[in-house]
Design a protein around this ligand. Structure first.
Ligand code: SF4
Length: 358
């Protein structure tokens, strides 16, 4: 019999009939599923976390298509070509996206454990608008030839949907390249399919090596964190793999103070380090998820800084074609003169410290 995680993938909740076993589907949801030409779905495990009766459930919003995806007032056409610098003069395989000198994103698979409705890679992942060829051997050959690359982010789709054997081959091939110092894997599976963190997977990617593996997952609301997640993260850590979170700021999912704080506190309780919160990128068809840019910095100021444990503080960034741009709250320095700085804390109290000349 297939492993539990494989059964979860085989039984993906991706039709109206299957969805109706979990929730009372609204007219809008039904219309979107029947009308929009888009890939959607998730695992039975993640579907079981949806609220049966509340269409505003943060998990429902991420899983089920909405007619709002037809609206595209602010999204950029050909977003991925712009974002991933695919129109530059450097010749690279389709699998290699590059914004920095010493690190690249290596796409190895196009399928996911959830087809997030807010995905900025939707042109590849859910809509099939951009036809690219993700050839692992071609990508490995390119990395071998580029000695300036020290850090590889394996992405997709969801790389952890590859079999243990394929992952072992991929990771060991990268570890054999002398200039590779670290490997990162971007995967939502610790959240949407924690059953994937098996002994076999740990054998394939974990253990003590000179080239460590880091996993960054994506959890956007505290409701997504369960006892299953806790066990999976503990197992990953036991195999020497650190897990960070890259949340996306999403309207109606986490864009208010209580939800934002609860998410970051619960991540820490689950042993996941809050790493980034991304501004919801201007990809097409996701206007309804996007907030004003300042919102993330305001939430860090009002929900996290000084209000909870320092470890729970992610960096808020806007991912662009020229790299990530941090957008942090800037209320701390109220005044500065030759003698002193006037500083403000999260409660609005002020204090002074001397201005040290260079
Ligand atoms: S899991 Fe990642 S790549 Fe897949 S749809 Fe979600 S955000 Fe996009």
């Amino acid at each position: 019999m297939a492993e539990e995680w494989v059964q979860q993938v085989q039984n993906e909740v991706n039709t109206l009939e299957k969805l109706e076993k979990y929730i009372n589907v609204t007219d809008d949801e039904r219309k979107a599923i029947n009308t929009l030409k888009t890939k959607w779905g998730t695992t039975p495990y993640f579907a079981s976390l949806m609220d049966k009766d509340d269409p505003n459930c943060p998990i429902r919003k991420q899983v089920i298509p909405s007619m709002k995806e037809k609206v595209n007032e602010f999204g950029m056409d050909d977003y991925l070509v712009w974002k991933e610098n695919r129109a530059t003069e450097e010749v690279r395989p389709d699998s290699i996206a590059r914004q920095y000198k010493d690190r690249i994103a290596f796409t190895v698979i196009e399928v996911c454990g959830i087809y997030c409705r807010h995905c900025f890679r939707r042109e590849i992942v859910t809509e099939d608008d951009l036809q690219l060829r993700f050839d692992v051997e071609e990508g490995l050959a390119w990395i071998r030839e580029h000695s300036e690359i020290r850090d590889v982010l394996i992405t997709g789709g969801d790389p952890l949907l590859l079999s243990d054997d394929k992952l072992e081959y991929l990771i060991s091939s990268l570890r054999e390249i002398p200039h590779i110092e670290m490997i990162r894997i971007g995967s939502r599976l610790p959240i949407v399919l924690p059953q994937r963190i098996t002994n076999g997977l740990m054998k394939a990617i974990g253990g003590f090596h000179k080239v460590p593996v880091w996993i960054n997952t994506q959890c956007n609301n505290a409701k997504e964190l369960t006892e299953e997640t806790e066990k999976a993260i503990f197992k990953l850590m036991g195999g020497g793999i650190n897990v960070g979170n890259q949340a996306v700021l999403l309207k109606g999912v986490n864009d208010n103070v209580p939800a934002f704080r609860e998410l970051h506190q619960k991540l820490l309780r689950t042993r996941i380090r809050p790493y980034y919160v991304f501004y919801c990128e201007p990809a097409p068809g996701i206007d309804h998820f996007r907030t004003p840019v300042e919102k993330g910095a305001e939430l860090i100021r009002d929900a996290l800084r000084g209000h909870t444990t320092g470890l729970a503080q992610p960096m808020y960034v806007l991912a662009t074609n020229i790299g990530k741009i941090p957008l942090m709250p800037d209320y701390y320095i109220m005044d500065k003169n030759d003698k002193e700085y006037t500083l403000r804390n999260h409660l609005g109290q002020t204090t002074k410290i001397p201005n040290m000349p260079e």
